[in-house]
Design a protein around this ligand. Structure first.
Ligand code: ADP
Ligand code: MG
Length: 247
């Protein structure tokens, strides 16, 4: 692993099921993600994108191979230590926002700090809320916000712990085109201005074109990568990789 990698995977395999029914979801994946970069992971339905994200984020354990996160090899870690590392060093953003409906914007954003037993520094919290443009919504509930605003809460929540890396699974999948672009611009800003590292799974070539690099998975293997590609180049590459669909 290069020392500048926020997270890296070495020969990661993941097999589900046993013997005749075994499915090899990841078939030996080696890749590193440099700090301060945004990467998009693309691939046909069933190509292993979710499995990849779960293994890289320590949510699931590889069958073999190793994952190094923020300088620590996590595959051999005990569950308790891994949970602590996840809470302190990893951010997550999901398609469905996953906000707690009874907590305000501010309470949702500061939840990871409370879970990690850390005090919420008022200045930092105010800054983060301002950064995602929600100052006037600080005490609102998620149900009182638009989809784009809810995803901005989720992004702020992912970034409040200043994680080594943030994993996003289809972060714009539930948003209309204009709102999706706002959220992507915000994610880019976090990378450019705050030095964040983002790894995002997406089906959308336009979303992927906001990344510094796009990597393609097919049948559990990395088959290609493009550096700073446009949406057209991404779409063209996708058509050569087979059956695309939502999953
Ligand atoms: P993607 O996110 O690209 O659609 P996944 O990582 O979800 O792909 O799945 C990759 C392969 O692993 C698929 O063939 C899928 O059916 C299989 N798979 C994923 N999760 C499980 C599981 N929990 N049990 C059995 N098979 C699984
Ligand atoms: Mg998936």
């Amino acid at each position: 692993m290069e020392s500048t990698d926020a997270v890296s995977l070495e020969a990661v395999r993941k097999t589900y099921g046993k013997d005749g029914a075994a499915v090899e979801a990841l078939a030996g994946v080696t890749i590193g993600f440099r700090r301060g970069t945004m990467t998009a992971i693309m691939g046909p339905s069933g190509s292993g994108k979710s499995t990849f994200l779960h293994c890289a984020a320590g949510l699931d354990r590889p069958t073999s191979g190793s994952v190094t996160l923020d300088g620590r090899e996590i595959t051999a870690m005990k569950e308790k230590a891994l949970t602590r590392l996840r809470r302190q060093r990893i951010g997550f953003v999901f398609q469905g926002f996953n906000l707690l409906p009874t907590l305000t914007v501010q309470q949702n954003i500061t939840l990871p700090l409370r879970l990690a037993g850390r005090r919420a520094d008022h200045t930092l919290v105010t800054q983060v809320i301002a950064r995602v443009g929600l100052t006037t919504r600080t005490h609102h509930l998620p149900g009182e916000l638009s989809g784009g605003q809810q995803q901005r809460v989720a992004i702020a929540r992912a970034l409040i712990t200043q994680p080594a890396v943030t994993f996003a699974d289809e972060p714009t999948g539930a948003l209309d085109t204009r709102t999706a672009l706002e959220v992507l611009a915000l994610m880019r800003e976090m990378v450019r201005d705050a030095g964040q590292t983002i790894v995002m799974v997406t089906h959308d070539p336009v979303a992927a074109s906001h990344a510094d690099r796009v990597v393609f998975l097919a049948d559990g293997k990395l088959v290609d990568q493009l550096d700073q590609p446009g949406a057209d180049a991404i779409a063209k590459r996708m058509t050569h990789l087979g059956a695309w669909g939502r999953s």
